[in-house]
Ligand binder design. Structure first.
Ligand code: ADP
Ligand code: GLC
Length: 480
C-alpha cells in the first residue's frame, strides 16, 4: 500500500511544533505494518540540507509560472524516511521559520508556497513519478489542505485523508488569491474552498478529503462544537461520519530515558537512580537550590494563547510559597516571555526561565522535572505530557483535547485502582489549577504513592504502534 504524507515540517530537519514530531515518526511506525510511505515536503533550506538527494524525479513550472523553474527531488533522511522535496527556490529558499519572515510577518505569497505543495501531491497521484504512485494521499494541516482539492479536480486519482493538528491555524487568504491556484472556478463556493468570502486552505481539505482525522478522540468531538470549532463546526458536524480521532504517539528512538543521549544519566522504570541525577544536574545547570525535598515543576511550550500559561503565572506564588521549584523553556508572545523572566529574576533559587528554542535542553528539563505542566486552553493532542509520562515526570494538565485522553488524575479511586498517572483540572482558572497543584503536593508528601504513580505513568503505552495501526486500518478501508 503506497501512502504519500504531505507536510510542511519534519523532525529533526525542521520543526516549529508537534506537527514535525508526528511527520518524522508516523511514517517510520507505518512501515513495519506493510505501508510503503513517502513524505512530500517543500524545499526549505533546512529540508534540502538534511536529506541525501538520490535524484531528480521531474522538472516543472506550475501555478502560471509562480513556482519558477522547479524540480521534484527524491531522497532519504538519516532516519531512513523516503522523501520527495519540491525544490522551488523562488518560493522556498528563505531562511528561518517556514511560514513567516524575521519580523513575524506571514510571507505575502504563502498561498502560492503551500498551494504548490498540494498541487505536487496531486501530480504524484497522477504519475509525476512513473515508478511510484500513491493510493492514499495523507495531508497534514492547512499547509497541505489543497491536496484533496487538487485531487478532486483531477477526478480523485487517489484517496485522501487530512489530519487536523490544530484547527486554529486555517490558512485563510483573500478572494483575490484564488485565481492563481488554478482550481476549477466553481470550487470557490461554500461547497468548496470558500469560507466567509475568503479562501481557506483548511476548509478546502475538510471539504474535499475522503476522511478527516484529528490527533485525539476528545478533540475530534470538541471541534464539532461552537466553542472549539473555530467557525468550522458546521462543516465538521456534517462530515461527522468521516471524522475520527487518532491519538499521537511518542517516537521512542528520540524520547526514551533509557537510551536518550541528551541526558546526563539514563534511567528506566526499574532503575530510577538516573532520574535523581538528572534532577540534580538540572538544578545545578539552572542555579536552583539543590534539593530533592521539593518537587520541581517544568514547562516546555510555545508561549501562545493556546497554551493557557497565564494561569500558571497566577498559580506560581502559591506553588513557590509551598517551597516548590519551577523551570520553563519556551518562546512566543513577548508579554509572557517578559512575565516569566521577571519571575525568575525575583526568585533565582526557585525559578529558572529559558526563552528560546532548545531541543537538547527540552530533554534535560523533562527528565529532571518531577511534574510537567500543560494547562492548555485547547490541545488537539499535546506531546509534552506524553514525554512526561515516558520520563516519569507526572503531567499536570487541563482536562481538554488530547490531554484529557492521556492523563488520569490522582483521585482516591484512581489511586486505589492503580491507574493514576498525573493531575488533571477542569476549568482554566487559578482556583482549579491550584487544586491540582495541591494534589501534586499531597502526593509528593506520600513518597511511596508518588513512586507508584510514577511507575504507572512510565508504564503507559505511548508508543506509535497502536496509533499507526489505526491509520493503517483507515487507509485499508479507504482503498477497499
Ligand atoms: P504544539 O505542537 O502545539 O506546540 P505539542 O505538545 O504537540 O504542542 O508539541 C510541541 C513540541 O515542540 C514538543 O516536541 C516540544 O518538546 C517542542 N517544544 C516546544 N517548545 C520548545 C522549545 N522552546 N524548545 C524545544 N522544544 C520545544
Ligand atoms: C499541534 C497541536 C498539538 C499536537 C501537535 C501534533 O501543534 O497544537 O496539540 O500535539 O499538533 O499533532
Amino acid at each position: 500500500m503506497r501512502v504519500l504524507h504531505v507536510a510542511a515540517e519534519l523532525f529533526p530537519l525542521l520543526k516549529t511544533g508537534g506537527l514535525a514530531d508526528v511527520a518524522g515518526a508516523l511514517p517510520l511506525a507505518l512501515a513495519p505494518l506493510g505501508a510503503d510511505v513517502r513524505v512530500l515536503l517543500p524545499g526549505f533550506p533546512a529540508i534540502l540540507a538534511g536529506v541525501a538527494i538520490e535524484g531528480e524525479v521531474a522538472a516543472f513550472s506550475a501555478l502560471s509560472g509562480a513556482s519558477g523553474a522547479a524540480r521534484l527531488l527524491f531522497g532519504k533522511t538519516a532516519d531512513g524516511i523516503a522523501v520527495y522535496i519540491i525544490d522551488a527556490p523562488a518560493l522556498y529558499d528563505r531562511p528561518g521559520n517556514p511560514y513567516h519572515d524575521a519580523n513575524q510577518q506571514s510571507y505575502p505569497d504563502n498561498h502560492l508556497r503551500f498551494a504548490l505543495l498540494g498541487w505536487v501531491a496531486a501530480q504524484l497521484a497522477q504519475g509525476m513519478d512513473p515508478y511510484w504512485r500513491p493510493a492514499v494521499v495523507h495531508a497534514h494541516d492547512w499547509h497541505a489542505g489543497l491536496a484533496p482539492a487538487y485531487l478532486a479536480a483531477a477526478g480523485r486519482p487517489a484517496r485522501s485523508v487530512i489530519t487536523v493538528h490544530n484547527l486554529a491555524y486555517q490558512g485563510v487568504f483573500g478572494r483575490d488569491c484564488f485565481d492563481a491556484l488554478e482550481l476549477p472556478a466553481h470550487f470557490f463556493d461554500r461547497e468548496g474552498v470558500e469560507f466567509h468570502g475568503n479562501l481557506s486552505f483548511l476548509k478546502a481539505g475538510l471539504h474535499f478529503a475522503d476522511h478527516i482525522t484529528t490527533v485525539s478522540p476528545t478533540y475530534a468531538r470538541e471541534i464539532t462544537t461552537p466553542e472549539q470549532g473555530c467557525g468550522l463546526e458546521g462543516l465538521l458536524q456534517m462530515r461527522r461520519a468521516s471524522l475520527s480521532g487518532i491519538i499521537n504517539g511518542v517516537d521512542e528512538l528520540v524520547w526514551n530515558p533509557a537510551t536518550d543521549p541528551l541526558l546526563p544519566a539514563g534511567y528506566s522504570v526499574d532503575k530510577l537512580a538516573g532520574k535523581a541525577r538528572c534532577k540534580t544536574a538540572l538544578q545545578q545547570e539552572l542555579g536552583l537550590l539543590e534539593t530533592d525535598e521539593q518537587p520541581l515543576f517544568v514547562v516546555v511550550s510555545r508561549l501562545t494563547d493556546q497554551k493557557g500559561l497565564p494561569v500558571l503565572l497566577e498559580a506560581l506564588p502559591e506553588l513557590l510559597a509551598r517551597g516548590g521549584q519551577f523551570a520553563l523553556l519556551g518562546s512566543g508572545d513577548a508579554w509572557l516571555e517578559e512575565a516569566f523572566r521577571n519571575l525568575a529574576y525575583a526568585n533565582p533559587r526557585q525559578v529558572a526561565v529559558k526563552i528560546g528554542y532548545d531541543e537538547a535542553f527540552s530533554h534535560r528539563l523533562i527528565a529532571g522535572g518531577d511534574v510537567i505542566m500543560v494547562p492548555s486552553r485547547f490541545e488537539p493532542c499535546g506531546l509534552t505530557q506524553l514525554y512526561g509520562l515516558k520520563y516519569g515526570t507526572l503531567p499536570l494538565v487541563r482536562r481538554v483535547g488530547g490531554l484529557a485522553d492521556t492523563v488520569s488524575d490522582c483521585t482516591l479511586e484512581n489511586l486505589a485502582d492503580d491507574c493514576a498517572t498525573g493531575f488533571v483540572f477542569d476549568e482554566l482558572n487559578v482556583t482549579d489549577c491550584l487544586r491540582a497543584v495541591r494534589r501534586a503536593y499531597a502526593l509528593w508528601a506520600r513518597s511511596r504513592e508518588w513512586k507508584q504513580v510514577r511507575k504507572r505513568a512510565m508504564q503507559q503505552d505511548v508508543a506509535w504502534r497502536a496509533s499507526a495501526e489505526h491509520y493503517f486500518a483507515l487507509y485499508q478501508q479507504l482503498i477497499a
